[in-house]
Design a protein around this ligand. Structure first.
Ligand code: OSB
Ligand code: MG
Length: 365
């Protein structure tokens, strides 16, 4: 019997290659943002990118830990992930050759929580495995799409004019969906203005837990604007209040922060807390949980999309592979590297075609 944190989803179950990991290394790289990124929980002007490499079989695989420097989006931070990987997770994978995906999952599962740290190591292992098999990451996880539709997430701006200018910029580049960060004081009035100028675009909002159920009537005003969804309006670990809000709102709620794994996704759907799920590999602890949530939602016709955490090109490459699975029916937060960073850690960075799509790499990287 697997513990809930040890789900091994279908395409990964078949992975039984032996692989000896000889070295695990952590690399921290500060990337300045083109402009500050403001959400309801604060503003940042750079990202401390946390890369994990694993060496073995004469190859090097790369993963990314998406934790931020402060515990605002999640309790995990760059500091906690460093500690957990160095002291627990790396020793667990270095101790003995790994006998396939289920073995890797079994070694990480005994350590509770710290999903972003686990995902960083798992992603590096998956990249190593893909290279050892001369496959792309997408092939390794059973991806089917050659290109994926993408949208952009726009931070809270100093004023409406700047936001409108940013929207025009990304629409001209072909992005298929615009997501606006909202917070009290930057919500209904802003959305009304954006909708007035762009009556037909796919538009969504993301509150990053800025509201409570006391704001229900205020949030219901968003129903007038034909939004694709409202992402995580209420508390990060709440399902019941979201269910109460969803019952009284036309706009679909999408959960982000609340979905920390397969079991939470099942509970969210059972309780009617949301109608859409944002899947982030880091938040759920790696590909295995991400694929299991994807499969659950696919079977129930619940739309899912791949979220982002302002990753470097390494994290983006893994997000692109994940989003190539067939159930990812909505545009992901997988914008071009250049939308946030002047320079990426991979060359060339991720680019978006004029149709608002990103190409899924076919061969090994
Ligand atoms: O809530 O989706 C979020 C960035 C950092 C932390 C949380 C979130 C975000 C984004 C940016 O919205 C998504 C992206 O990387 O494109
Ligand atoms: Mg979000």
């Amino acid at each position: 019997m697997h513990s809930p944190s040890q789900v091994v989803s279908d395409p990964l179950r078949a992975i039984s290659d032996w692989l000896r990991v000889e070295r695990v290394a952590i690399h921290l790289v500060r990337l300045p943002l083109n402009e500050p990124f403001e959400t309801s929980f604060g503003s940042i002007d750079s990202r401390l990118i946390f890369l994990v490499s694993v060496e073995g079989e004469g190859l090097t695989g790369w993963g990314e830990v998406v934790a931020a420097e402060e515990s605002r989006y999640s309790y995990e931070t760059v500091g906690t992930a460093h500690h957990v990987i160095r002291d627990y997770l790396a020793p667990a994978v270095l101790s003995w050759p790994i006998a396939g995906f289920a073995d890797l999952a079994a070694r990480l599962a005994p350590f509770r929580g710290h999903n972003m740290a686990k995902a960083g190591l798992e992603l590096a292992y998956m990249d190593l495995l893909a290279q050892a098999r001369s496959q792309s990451l997408s092939q390794l996880i059973g991806g089917t799409r050659a290109r994926i539709p993408v949208g952009v997430s726009l931070g809270i701006q100093p004023a409406l004019d700047q936001l409108l200018e940013r929207i025009d910029h990304y629409l001209a580049l072909g992005y298929q969906r615009i997501k606006l960060k909202i917070k009290p004081g930057w919500d209904v009035d802003i959305v009304r203005e954006v909708r007035r100028r762009h009556p037909d675009i796919l538009l969504s909002v993301d509150a990053n837990s800025a509201y409570t159920l006391r704001d229900k009537e205020h949030l219901k005003a968003l129903d007038d604007f034909g939004l694709l969804m409202i992402e995580q309006p209420l508390d990060h670990d709440d399902l019941l209040d979201h269910a109460k809000l969803q019952a009284g709102m036309q706009t679909s709620i999408c959960l982000d922060e609340s979905i920390t794994g397969l079991r939470r996704a099942e509970q969210a759907l059972d309780t009617g807390s949301c109608r859409i799920i944002n899947i982030k590999i880091g938040r759920v602890g790696g590909y295995s949980q991400a694929l299991a949530i994807h499969d659950l939602c696919h079977a129930k016709a619940i739309p899912v999309w791949c979220g982002g955490m302002l990753e470097s090109g390494i994290g983006r490459a893994h997000n692109i592979a994940l989003a190539s699975r067939p159930g990812f029916s909505l545009p992901g937060d997988i914008s071009a590297s250049s939308s946030y960073f002047a320079r990426d850690v991979i060359v060339p960075g991720v680019s978006v075609a004029a149709e608002g799509t990103v190409e899924v790499p076919r061969g090994p990287v």
